[in-house]
Design a protein around this ligand. Sequence first.
Ligand SMILES: [Zn+2]
Length: 404
Amino acid sequence: MHRKINIQWLILIILAGLFSIAYLANVVFPGKVNPTAFKYFTIDQIQSARAYNFIPRLSYITSFITQAIVLIWFAFSNKGAAIARWVENKSRGNFWVGVLFYFLLIWIILSLVRLPLILYSDFFWQHSWGLSTQSLLLWWQDFFKSAIIDLFLSVCGVLFFFFILTRWPKFWWIIGAAFLAVWLVFQNLLWPVIVAPLFNKFVVVKDPDVTSVVTRLADKAGMQVKEVLVMDASRRTTMVNAYFTGLGKTKRIVAYDNLLNNYPLEKVSVILAHEFGHWSKGHIIKGLALGIIGTFLVWAVMVFFLSEFKSSKGFYLIQTWAGLQLFIMLILFVINPLQSFVSREMEIQADRFALELTGDSKALVNVQIDLTIKNKSDVSPPEFIVWFGYNHPPVLSRINELGG
Ligand SMILES: [Zn+2]
């Protein structure tokens, strides 16, 4: 090891390592099925959902571990340091060329590490379970579109990061966090109207049955929801879903076409009522506020991690970029349980809201059962995996909560 790993890095890496091992162990050995599951699901449904979930989980954790190892190598090994020095020497005289080149090198390697895992779990595995309706061509189109958006935003990000690092060597973290906070607001505001339409078509639902449900729910809840949008999800998947997104004028409830086309009105109604719950409780704005607080905390802590990457003369080296990526990746991983917990709490609130609004406990429970079967959700997921990463409560606790 060229760079001595200091104590804070060591703690973070060990913690992430322990979480990864625990996660992996629970993927391979998911444990016994909760006996209550047999009240609502057949053995076949329970087993096939377990079998299906194995690969997405394995792909997630393998992707995390391999990317973390690559970044640890870039940030802390002799060879990693030599590469950073080589880039610096090659671009002598032009720091920014060096920064961009070093960034690109890591970006390409990480993309290549991820690619086979997501191609398999996202395309081939989904097809083998009959959950994907996507052609391979469309999959690659999506992949390149996302990659280009990611590359563009990341290039802006890396240039901005080194700009504030060199311009304000003491206070860069406050400026960086403040900038990211503003970015998060814009992202929540604009993503649904700028980025989402690059991947799907969204149109206002005109079906009079559905619009009358929307009006009825809105009146009853005293909310200003005038319409919902339908998204052509069936181009990619057979899964059924709806979601709430946006801020201010871009707030919207979106339903998959798979939901509106194949489900009876009373089920559509309770699903929409759940999304009304997210809207009414202001979950996007609350999530955003927590995200902004979290950003400041993470950037404040990051100072103590990136100081490792200063040269003997006290300025930050190009290798700081590997350190930043590694830090962000590891810290988001270890605080994932906290984020998942907050999300699960919001889901419980939205479920309660839907129950109060519709009074239809039976329909709500039945929808949970339907969606679980249709989307092949794990009926009895390992407790650790729920604690670590479930942003919705598992189906049995939702049924229980809904009075099923
Ligand atoms: Zn929800």
